[in-house]
Design a protein around this ligand. Structure first.
Ligand code: NAD
Ligand code: UDP
Length: 385
């Protein structure tokens, strides 16, 4: 049966140029496109490990529909040609781990703004549709965070709910280099919006709110650098796998809403296949029902990992660390991130499904199955003197 869009029209197979296809979100999006759609993917990245299972062996049912191009968009003349060959470009490429924002601010700004510029330009000049990945971090801090701690107004959604077309973007001072990422993402959003307004670029901007699941980031010392600091899911997974305490930055009081990657990918597929509903829009994509403090996240992950691994948890599973000790000078934090879902609901009728407990159980089962043996071997190996 022909697949139809939200307005009942048949969906024509398309070619998608996906930049950053070898990353966490890219790998899930490629999987979905190969398994459930007839679309072709030109997958661009410097790494392919997370999509190797889709590329090899060549006997896979979708082998002819996905093509990997190993390239760095900073300096590769093939980029424009690949964008021209596609109907739609999706740009996921970015430096997007908070540990880098204050320690490698130049790389962060170049990656999230300067390196994205040619992609926007080539799409605009060649009349190609663009889906650009921004971040919920463009909202920065909530208005409510500036109210006195005991103010009852902090309970009023008007002071914390993040709305695409109404909320301000509130960043810390310049020496708080944490905001280099958010600021670069905000400027590229404004540039894309202006290309739409002045030159007719057909664009969609996605603001992910803490998408998590299998293949996110790396486990330090196993499939990433020993001293590397990934995002919180991988930091906590690493500690659980090694039977170490989970580090709570500044007491773990910040709040986040976490969404299962598979729910979020459903939203992206709707955007891809319903251009008339997605063009010109900025979409929050998150799960407002899955809010916890980072401390609560640590407690929940500890409990679930103990169930999944059948190992008792440590007596004292967490430890407090200062942000200066953990991230270094210039770190700052978003206090609270709850997405308003009005626009995505209205345009695409999309809603997230998976509870935080269920998504953590699925993800920690994957982490245990994928890494537990490798960690045991790494830990038992004698340290070279
Ligand atoms: P990721 O780091 O796993 O993926 C990014 C990919 O881009 C990597 O595979 C990397 O190798 C590639 N890349 C980076 N620079 C490149 C370059 N110059 N040339 C070619 N490839 C390059 O991150 P992710 O979680 O998949 O995030 C994807 C996008 O979504 C990013 O733009 C990020 O800012 C945004 N985002 C994600 C989340 C989330 O919850 N995961 C939250 C907010 C924003
Ligand atoms: N965090 C923590 N311990 C860790 C890693 C992160 O307490 O080992 C905190 C971090 O300070 C932030 C939250 O967890 O408040 C989420 O961090 P993440 O790196 O996932 O990205 P963010 O949501 O800030 O973009």
């Amino acid at each position: 049966m022909a697949r139809v869009d939200l307005d009942g029209k048949p969906i024509e197979p398309m070619t998608i140029c996906m930049i950053g296809a070898g990353g966490f979100i890219g790998s899930h999006l490629c999987e979905k496109l190969m398994a459930e759609t007839p679309h072709r993917v030109l997958a661009l990245d410097v790494y392919s490990d997370k999509i190797r299972h889709l590329l090899e062996p060549e006997s896979l049912p979708w082998a002819g529909r996905i093509q990997f191009h190993r390239l760095n968009i900073k300096h590769d003349s093939r980029l424009e040609g690949l964008i021209k060959m596609a109907d739609l470009t999706i740009n996921l490429a970015a430096i997007c781990t908070p540990a880098d924002y204050n320690t490698r601010p130049l790389d962060t700004i170049y990656s999230n703004f300067i390196d994205a510029l040619p992609v926007v330009k080539y799409c605009s000049e060649n009349n190609k549709r663009l889906i650009h990945f921004s971040t919920c971090e463009v909202y920065g801090k909530t208005i409510g965070s500036f109210l006195p701690k005991d103010s009852p107004l902090r309970e009023d959604p008007a002071y914390y709910l993040l709305k695409e077309d109404a909320s301000p973007c509130i960043f810390g001072s310049i020496e708080k280099q944490r905001w280099s990422y958010a600021c670069a993402k905000q400027l590229i959003e404004r540039l894309i919006y202006a290309e739409g307004a002045e030159n007719g670029l057909e664009f969609t901007i996605v603001r992910p709110f803490n998408w998590i699941g299998p293949r996110m980031d790396f486990i330090p010392g196993i499939d990433g650098p020993s001293e590397g600091v990934p995002r919180v899911l991988a930091c906590f997974s690493n500690a659980l796998l090694r039977r170490e305490q989970l580090k709570l930055v500044d007491g773990g009081q910040s709040q986040r809403t976490f969404i299962y990657i598979k729910d979020a990918i459903e939203a992206v597929l709707l955007m891809i296949e319903n251009p008339q509903r997605a063009n010109g829009q900025i979409f929050n994509v998150g799960n407002p029902n899955n809010e916890v403090t980072v401390r609560q996240l640590a407690e929940m992950m500890t409990q679930i990992y103990s169930k999944v691994s059948e190992e008792a948890a440590l007596d004292v599973p967490t430890i407090d660390v200062s942000s200066k000790e953990f991230y270094g000078e210039g770190y700052d934090d978003s206090d609270k991130r709850i997405p308003d879902m009005t626009i995505i609901n209205r345009q695409l009728g999309w809603n997230p499904k998976t509870s935080l407990w269920d998504l953590l159980e699925a993800t920690l089962t994957y982490q245990h199955r994928t890494y537990a043996e490798a960690i045991k071997k790494a830990v038992s190996r004698p340290v070279a003197s």
